[in-house]
Design a protein. Structure first.
Length: 277
């Protein structure tokens, strides 16, 4: 069993990649994906335009609610919602929505360490103080091998690596496997999303006795995270938590909430996220 005190280190290849990226930046200075200013991939100004998740959420599932509640209709049933706690760093609105798209579909792997800072800021919140020391391993939501070959990388793994690097957590990419090649969740309603990923994942016996933190990019209905949690718990995991970059801006219509474009951005402290690259 992996001890929560026994933190892993990232592979040497990861450090080499960071050095290589730094070398490329010296030769070809990056420009901000938000405003185009030179010298930053995401400049400090644009980093503050991300809309943080509001305080009025369900304490268990992290969904946006009119008032703070301990549990809501979406997570009352522990069988249907096996996750112990879910949080998203921000709302799935511009500019974060576009940055996630760049990372996920346009090959912008270099954005992952910067976007991971939002995960770090959320993980550092007081509500995680008691949980953080208990986390034995961080497990990114896996891609099916065919999709992984097509894309060349798993964006959730890159985000998880950024979080683990900054908070000295153990990254485990061997605990979960996506056995079923599912269609994209985009455009599916809640029932279709749940059916699409049902039994899509399997977990390794090494999950036994562990408290896991799942990482993904977007949390819409929670179907994917719940399916991962079911697999991990069936393999013997003690508890499963989840942390994502973004969630829908509206609680009443999660299937269309991520299409909203008109919310006014609320600045996030630059000291909190430290977005300077």
């Amino acid at each position: 069993m992996t001890s929560a005190a026994n933190r892993g280190v990232l592979p040497l290849a990861d450090s080499v990649s960071n050095w290589a990226m730094a070398g490329v930046d010296l030769l070809f200075p990056p420009t901000c994906v938000g405003c185009g200013v030179a010298g930053h991939r995401i400049c400090p100004h644009c980093a503050q335009l991300v809309t943080p998740a509001p305080a009025t959420i369900c304490r268990r599932c992290g969904r946006v609610r009119e008032d703070v509640v301990d549990r809501c209709v979406a997570c009352t049933d522990p069988v249907a919602f096996p996750l112990r706690r879910v949080r998203a760093a921000a709302l799935h609105l511009s500019p974060l929505r576009e940055w996630i798209h760049l990372l996920k579909y346009e090959g912008r792997r270099d954005l992952a360490p910067l976007l991971a800072r939002y995960l770090v800021a959320t993980f550092d919140q007081p509500e995680w103080v008691e949980i953080a020391p208990l986390v034995d391993a961080v497990a990114p939501v896996p891609l099916h091998v065919e999709r992984l070959h097509e894309r060349g990388y798993n964006q959730a793994e890159l985000l998880a690596a950024g979080l683990c690097r900054q908070r000295h957590l153990l990254l485990r990419t061997d605990l979960l496997r996506r056995e079923k090649l599912t269609r994209s969740q985009v455009g599916l309603n809640a029932a279709e999303r749940k059916a699409n990923v049902e039994s899509a994942f399997c977990a390794a016996p090494a999950c036994r006795g562990l408290r896991l933190l799942l990482i993904d990019d977007v949390y819409t209905t929670g179907a994917t995270l719940c399916s991962c949690a079911v697999a991990a718990l069936e393999a013997g995991a003690v508890e499963v938590y989840a942390l994502t970059l973004a969630l829908p801006a509206r609680a009443d219509d999660p299937d269309r909430a991520d299409l909203e474009h008109d919310a006014s951005p609320t600045p996030i402290s630059s000291r909190t996220i430290g977005a300077t690259s």
